[in-house]
Design a protein around this ligand. Structure first.
Ligand code: NAP
Length: 381
């Protein structure tokens, strides 16, 4: 079978011919149907997956697949079913559970690589940019009614934002601001907030064209350009929930603008890739009774709920623009992913045709994304 192999940190992803995976205890073999290629995949490949993931490995996190074979000790998952591989694998220990992303980062919930995670990585090494993968059953969610169509590959990103909004306690009628709304996580955050009945969704970001697209989704969406802290906070106005889905900004100011906009009793949830320290104003948090939360990946139940919303028509996965690519040209696929962001998710269809030139041209016709001063486009959660 063919797969995108990362030989070592900084090496280009290459198309490799590998032996077909065989079912082992606790796992299932999946034929990958559709896999989201995150906007910052090139950054991951360039720097080497964080946390010391062993290379060489097949890169790739999440995706939808059809079950080809089921290992021993796996119950309730049948050959032929379409499932989501969520990528997040958790240890069985209840006292001090640890988790990591297979085929992606080696860091767990505490942001460090432990002997437990290292051992789990050896066992469950490869990711999903491949025709077939051996997935741990504990990272698989059955999706009744799913077909593995490209848009369904976006469920993982929706679930990340959904988990964050769950943690924030978003309910119908709330007013919400999404920081980094022009990115992929921010874009799906806007869609979810609308689907959950938010009364006002403030989309905050740099890219005017993408902000306009978001504003066209629904009259409840109000675009706000990301400028300095004071002006941005004033433009947002008071909101109940702030979802920070920013990439690696050079300062904490955009996040603090969000904090300034939280109304008394409200909440800001950090789910993005900002790598700055925040100076937290004690008195403000205390007097305004604010909550400051973090959110990392999602529970399997969350992804299933998002799928049920989509299947019921409450959430339209197809409203998010998407480009499909095949396995033939990983460099072109990663470049496409880096340059489209929220205006066009890239989905790998491993069994499909080569990268479609028309998709590439269409994506490049869209707004170019601005790299940071160090040339990077985004980081990794
Ligand atoms: N917590 C988790 O579980 C989790 C899971 C996945 C990802 N993440 C993190 O979430 C972040 C966003 O992911 P994504 O898929 O949405 O990436 P993305 O599509 O690259 O979006 C990045 C967003 O950050 C904005 N941004 C980047 N650099 C900026 C800067 N210097 N100033 C202002 N805005 C800036 C981008 O604005 P433009 O559109 O103008 O470029 C865009 O809105 C990633 O960095 C990743 O680390 C976290």
């Amino acid at each position: 079978m063919r797969a995108w192999m990362l030989d070592g940190p900084g090496a280009p992803l290459r198309v490799a011919e590998l032996d077909d995976p065989r079912p082992r205890t606790g796992g299932v073999v999946l034929e990958m149907l559709a896999v989201h290629v995150p906007a910052y995949t090139d950054v991951v490949a360039q720097a080497g997956p964080r946390g010391g993931v062993p290379t060489p490995l097949v890169l790739g996190v999440g995706g939808l697949g059809r079950v080809l074979a089921v290992g021993e000790d796996v119950f309730g998952i049948a050959v032929g079913e379409v499932v989501a591989h969520i990528g997040l694998l958790t240890s069985d220990d209840v006292v001090a559970p640890e988790d990591f992303l297979t085929g992606w980062t080696g860091i767990g919930g505490r942001g460090e690589r432990t002997p437990t995670i290292a051992a789990m990585q050896q066992r469950w090494r490869d990711g999903t940019f491949a025709e077939r993968v051996h997935a741990p059953a504990g990272a698989v969610v059955r999706l009744p009614g799913a077909t593995g169509a490209p848009h369904e590959a976006l469920l993982g990103w929706f679930a990340i934002a959904a988990e964050a909004l769950d943690r924030a306690g978003l309910t119908a009628g709330h007013e919400v601001a999404v920081l980094g709304a022009t990115g992929q996580l921010g874009t799906v955050g806007v869609h979810l907030a609308l689907a959950r009945g938010a009364s006002r969704v403030v989309a905050v970001g740099r890219n005017p064209a993408q902000l306009e697209r978001l504003a066209a989704l629904d009259p409840r969406v109000r675009p706000v350009p990301l400028v300095d802290r004071e002006v941005t906070a004033a433009a947002i106005g008071e909101v109940d929930v702030v979802l920070d889905a920013l990439g690696p900004t050079p300062s904490a100011e955009p996040t603090l603008a969000g904090l300034d906009a939280v109304r008394p009793g409200g909440v800001i949830v950090l789910v993005g890739g900002v790598r700055q320290d925040l100076v937290i104003p004690y008195g403000v948090i205390m007097r305004r009774r604010l909550r400051l939360l973090g959110s990392w990946m999602f529970r399997r139940e969350t992804l299933l709920r998002v799928w049920r919303q989509a299947a019921a028509g409450v959430l339209d996965l197809r409203a998010v623009p998407l480009h499909t690519v095949g396995l033939d040209d990983p460099a072109a696929a990663l470049e496409l992913a880096a340059t489209t962001g929220g205006s066009g998710f890239v989905v790998l269809v491993p069994g499909g045709a080569a990268t479609r030139a028309s998709d590439r041209r269409q994506a490049r016709g869209g707004p170019d994304r601005q790299p940071d001063a160090d040339g990077s486009v985004a980081g990794l959660g």
